[in-house]
Design a protein. Structure first.
Length: 559
């Protein structure tokens, strides 16, 4: 199924469910939560969940909690907590006073675990992880009960308390729920609630050496916070019976409803946190915020805008079926946003010098050029026109094909905002490479057609050679060559041309561009001053997206 299917596009079955519950008084209000594990940076798939959870709360006048499900200290870091908070704020959402951590509930979770033991619904198991897997069975064969399943309540309480006190080695014992080893749902075959793990926790320090499993902590945290709707992705659908079983066995203050939706899968993108971590740790990219990464931090540094990501999430809607969304929908969302908001300037990425022979060497004409043709409120700037200018090397061909409408020997084009330009001759070096073009302009053609009525089919951009700025421009392409790269052997799909750095020439006014500013380089695409690498007077530009050209055309052009 395509994400652009008219039945699915923009659909919102979750809001239809909530509408019905509110109408029937099944719920009195809406409280959602966004519950990331702080074990990495958020990616574009998390943005969909952020927009859903916070957006749903806003729609119904409720609230959305930001809760960190911080139950695995071996992979969690304060850096990830800080980055997640920054990402949610950047997307335009605010949790207000409702910032929570699952670690704040460790004592309550532990007390509930002891209650399960007293009720004969949990036991301490000595099986190793490999043995637990062997005993669990398969989808077609029932599991076998652990030999420790029938320990007495007293023995289980004693062992569990000693686990907490640190008497046993890591991995020596687990606390498991006593449910049904023959259940067709493997999640109900006596799942683990606690494991022994001596690891320093970012918030609780060394106070605990046993930590709750995600499935045990997640639903109970929702209940403590009185969440009404636990919105999660489809991989948790088979966990829902366990979620409900746990809440049904304890004195929970509420029983949230879990509703699943299809996660976001994008073409030419990998969303696996494990793969993203490997990309960073093994040096395939330059960090979690590398502009080629699908992380929110990477997209932000690339130059994507919060509005474009929110618009993208709204356009693709929600589904109960997995699908692969075309990444061009995301690229189009940022184009639509920047088309209206980005000032337009001229930048030459692969410059070739043009000498205008009928223009005086010392003459400088200042042209008044608007920053946006449709938005006069953006104002204008002065662009110097001089005897020597730079144009794109691709805008000239010595022996052009029939439908090439740009500059060629004896042919005229219009210089954007300036004059008709005609190529008179080509200057080459000893190796036969073109190093300079000798041209003339028609002085009657400034801002219009000549008196004889002749027309040109091509308009090209340019910058003054003497009054332009040399700048580093990073031309980002997709990180993967394959539409659906495999997470298991992603290295084979990496695009070796995902980053190309060039020394471009841009309008001199851009020397004052601050980090974090957007521009459209006319005929080239949308660019963003890198907030990390840019320095005062020396901006570094990241290409956000090209214009309406496809990435295939861009790749062919770069070759």
């Amino acid at each position: 199924m395509s994400s652009t299917d008219p039945v699915e596009q923009g659909s919102h079955f979750i809001h239809e469910i909530i509408d019905g519950e509110l109408a029937s008084k099944k719920v009195e209000g809406v409280v959602t939560r966004f519950p990331p594990e702080p074990n990495g940076y958020l990616h574009i798939g998390h943005a969909k969940s952020i927009c859903l959870n916070f957006g749903t709360a806003l729609k119904y006048g409720g609230r959305c909690h930001l809760r960190f499900d911080d139950t695995n200290p071996t992979k969690e870091e304060q850096e990830f907590i800080d980055s997640i908070m920054a990402d949610v704020r950047w997307l335009g959402f605010d949790w207000g006073e409702h910032l929570y951590f699952a670690s704040s509930y460790f004592e309550q979770l532990y007390a509930w675990a002891e209650d399960l033991i007293r009720d004969g619904k949990a036991y301490v198991c000595d099986l190793s992880a490999d043995e637990v897997r062997a005993y669990r069975g398969t989808l077609t064969e029932p599991g076998r009960p652990s030999p420790y399943r029938d320990r007495s309540i007293e023995e289980n309480l004693d062992l569990f308390r000693r686990m907490r006190q640190g008497e046993f080695e890591d991995g020596a014992k687990t606390l498991r729920a006593k449910i049904d080893m023959a259940s067709p749902n493997l999640n109900l075959r006596d799942p683990a609630l606690y494991r022994i793990r001596r690891a320093h926790h970012p918030r609780t320090g060394d106070a605990w050496c046993i930590y709750p499993m995600y499935d045990w902590a997640h639903g109970q945290s929702d209940a403590i916070e009185r969440i009404t709707h636990s919105l999660c992705t489809l991989e948790f659908e088979n966990h829902r019976p366990l979620y409900d079983w746990f809440l049904g066995q304890i004195d929970a203050p509420s029983h949230p409803r879990q509703i699943e939706f299809a996660r976001l899968n994008l073409t030419y993108t990998v969303m696996s946190k494990r793969v993203l971590r490997r990309l960073v740790e093994e040096g395939f990219v330059d960090g979690w915020d590398d502009p080629r990464m699908p992380t929110i931090a990477g997209l932000r540094r690339r130059g994507y805008t919060p509005a474009s990501i929110r618009a993208f999430c709204e356009r693709i809607g929600l589904s109960k079926r997995e699908s692969l969304v075309d990444v061009t929908l995301l690229e189009n969302a940022v184009r639509d946003d920047l088309n209206a908001s980005a000032p337009r300037v001229m930048g030459v990425l692969d410059p070739i010098k043009v000498v205008i022979e009928n223009w005086d060497e010392d003459k400088v004409e200042m042209l008044e050029v608007p920053y946006h043709p449709d938005k006069p409120e953006f104002g204008s700037r002065q662009v110097p026109f001089t005897r020597e200018i730079f144009i794109e090397r691709d805008d000239f061909m010595e022996d052009p094909p029939k439908k090439f409408f740009r500059l060629a020997p004896g042919r005229e084009v219009r210089l954007r905002w300036a004059y008709f330009l005609k190529c008179e001759r080509v200057v080459k070096d000893e190796a036969g490479n073109i190093v300079e073009l000798r041209c003339t302009i028609d002085p009657e053609t400034k801002g219009g057609a000549p008196s004889d009525g002749r027309k040109v089919k091509g308009t090209i951009h340019w910058v003054s050679a003497q009054d332009s700025l040399e700048a580093e421009v990073r031309l980002y392409d997709r990180l993967f060559n394959e539409e659906a790269p495999s997470a298991s052997d992603f290295e084979k799909s990496l695009n070796p041309g995902s980053l190309r750095t060039v020394r471009a020439r841009v309008e001199k006014s851009l020397s004052q561009a601050s980090g974090g500013a957007h521009f459209q380089f006319e005929r080239q695409g949308y660019f963003f001053t890198d907030p990390v690498s840019s320095k005062e007077g020396a901006p570094v530009f990241n290409r956000v997206v090209p214009l309406r050209d496809t990435w295939a055309k861009v790749a062919a052009k770069s070759r």
